[in-house]
Design a protein around this ligand. Structure first.
Ligand code: HGA
Length: 613
């Protein structure tokens, strides 16, 4: 979601902040702004509705000059997208703040401040925080203390960065529920929502923890105060993925680049986790072996695309490991009175590790750990140091590298690989032939995915049949049902075509009524035990004049005919088929979106790393 960048340097910061905002654009936003304290000690500000390019245009005519500044891309939660509501917000013309998240109790606080004579300029919840800190600063004359006093009064989620004209060489940041990292430079320091925003100035980062408040200053460097008020030392991490992640390279869109990165990032996710013929449980963290031996069932909780990965894993865990498994979206799970049988492993999936609903679900599960049957919590996540991994007992990191496209691709397939590693680790009959075969198939997976990517040309051609349509139906059975759901979600997200997915056997129980020449039907048909049943379902569609597009195993005898187009997918072990069949569906939605001319990497209304509930 929206992004923060802040810089305290010995040089002019406008360029650093602007570049940082550009690098955060992938997260989705509706307006942008920047405030810089100039050498005369005055706060100067520029804001614009729309893209960062609109802000940049303003800066061309009205540059902000100074060695300290904060900047923001906003994704509106309180008040419409507009210049007035864009951050930074000011208080008493001396304080500037940028904020990610939501202040839940802003209304009573606003009334209190209005009673004190404060006149609000914007409709945002954030402006309340600006005035509270400015008022506290008058009493404390210390920006860090003023922020701490204010945080004690606010409920909700936030990452924020604040500066004050009367503390001219200080920036104070805080995080609770939204991410914030410190970029460690040489005689200059930074804050940002994501390390990617700062790779042009540093590759060393401190990942702040929940409840941390941090002060960057010239004389004291980086001071961190933990949630309990005590000074804290946090490790400095070197960023491992290089800066290439932030550039599209030869590709037209980040999404296409990320689709093509899948063979390499899946190889990286497997790296060091397989030994000869079996999976190394130590990849899940210290104590994983002892915990896994006791697991009798699994609860998986996630949102969006990650939820679909969890749905695939349910089939695997039941069939390969014999473990009863439930999968649920986090925003539902957290409000249920969940009944937890003894010896249940709680698993969360999130690309960013900051997804607010998933984090809240983890906290809910942990709050019930003593009275419920949860053995422990495992996070499968792509961002090291994220809240989800820190708050879980065990973590398995996917190695997808930074994912910039809002519509998830490589994060999804690496999650599937991680879930297969989990499934194999949870089997009671470790090291048997089944495990050996699957470990070998996993090793060969990057090569199979390379062949699946070679379907790009024919799929680009096929996409023309979708570009003018308003609806589409996706069908699959077994592990391919969640893949159909994911295919439909991708099409919705980036091409804005209404798409639905059904288990193919459900077709005749309702959705068949929708099938006609205007409703393209996409089916995924690997060579598994459900193939014959699926073929009958496809006949049902053809008999109603529906136009069918089938992604079928190269060994499946299906001949193209009128209204039936068949694209062959490379053969693979049936358990890994969901990972391979994801690729053509990603490519299909990508090409349809390109034909429609939508904003592929930043689709409307959506944001990456959904840090609000
Ligand atoms: N609530 C603030 C910040 C919005 C935000 O964090 N979006 O992700 C606002 O509406 O301005």
């Amino acid at each position: 979601m929206c992004g923060i960048v802040a810089a305290l340097a010995a040089r002019n910061v406008q360029g650093i902040l602007l570049e940082g905002l550009k690098r955060l654009e992938y997260r989705g936003y509706d307006s942008a702004g920047m405030a810089v304290l100039n050498e005369a000690g005055a706060l100067t500000r520029q804001r614009a509705k729309g893209k960062v390019a609109a802000l940049e245009e303003k800066l061309v005519h009205g540059a902000l000059t100074g060695r300290i500044g904060i900047a923001h891309t906003r994704w509106a939660t309180h008040g419409k997208p507009s210049e007035v509501n864009a951050h930074p917000h000011l208080a008493r013309e001396r304080l500037a703040i940028v904020h990610n998240g939501i202040i839940e109790n802003f209304e009573p606080l606003k009334r209190e401040l209005e009673g004190d004579g404060v006149v609000f300029e914007s409709e945002t919840d954030t402006e309340v925080v600006a005035h509270l800190i400015a008022r506290a600063f008058v009493e404390t004359d210390d920006l860090l203390a003023a922020v701490q006093t204010t945080l004690d009064r606010i409920d909700g989620a936030y990452a924020l960065a604040v500066m004050h004209a009367d503390a001219p060489r200080e920036i104070v940041g805080a995080r609770k529920g939204s991410p914030l990292v410190v970029g460690v430079g040489i005689d200059e320091n930074f804050l940002a929502s994501d390390a990617l925003a700062l790779l042009q100035v540093t590759d060393r980062f401190i990942y702040l923890q929940e409840g941390d408040v941090v002060r960057l200053s010239d004389n004291r460097g980086i001071e961190i105060v933990a949630a309990d008020g005590s000074p804290a030392e946090r490790p400095v991490h070197a960023f491992e993925h290089g800066d290439s992640a932030a550039s599209r390279g030869e590709y037209r869109h980040f999404m296409l680049k990320e689709i093509h990165e899948q063979p390499a990032v899946i190889a990286a996710t497997l790296e060091g986790r397989l030994s000869g013929s079996h999976v190394l449980e130590s990849s899940f963290g210290v104590g994983a072996r002892g915990l896994f031996e006791r697991v009798a069932q699994v609860h998986i909780v996630a949102c969006g695309t990650s939820y679909h990965a969890g749905m695939v894993a349910r089939y695997w865990l039941e069939k390969l490991a014999g473990l009863p498994t439930t999968v649920e979206v986090a925003s539902e799970y957290r409000y249920r009175e969940v009944v937890v049988p003894a010896d249940t492993l709680f698993v969360t999936l999130s690309q960013s590790g900051e997804t607010a609903d998933t984090l809240a679900a983890l906290r809910y599960a942990k709050s019930r750990a003593k009275t419920s049957g949860y053995l422990g919590a495992l996070a499968i996540c792509n961002v090291p140091g994220s809240s989800l991994t820190r708050e879980s007992d065990l973590a398995l990191m996917t190695q997808a590298g930074p994912e910039i496209g809002v519509a998830s691709t490589k994060a999804f397939t690496t999650q599937l690989v991680a879930l297969m590693l989990l499934t194999l680790s949870l089997r009671k009959s470790r090291g048997d032939e089944r495990e050996t075969t699957l470990v070998q198939a996993l090793r060969g997976l990057p090569t199979v995915l390379d062949s699946a990517l070679a379907m790009d040309g024919p799929i680009a051609e096929l996409s023309e049949a979708f570009a003018e349509k308003h609806h589409a139906l996706f069908l699959g059975r077994g592990t391919q049902f969640p893949i159909a759901l994911e295919g439909a979600l991708k099409l919705k997200e980036i091409s804005y075509i209404h798409a639905e997915a059904y288990p193919a056997g459900e077709l005749k129980h309702g959705p068949l009524a929708l099938v006609d020449a205007d409703m393209p039907v996409v089916a995924v048909a690997p060579n598994d035990e459900l193939l014959e049943k699926l073929k009958s379902n496809l006949q049902e569609v053809r008999a109603r004049g529906g136009e069918l597009f089938v992604f079928a195993d190269e060994g499946v005898a299906l001949t193209a005919a009128d209204n039936l187009r068949v694209l062959h997918v490379p053969a693979v072990d049936e358990f890994l088929a969901p990972i391979v069949y994801t690729i053509p569906l990603q490519l299909l939605s990508y090409h349809v979106a390109v034909l429609k001319g939508t904003d592929v990497d930043q689709p409307r209304n959506l944001a990456k790393s959904v840090t609000v509930e």
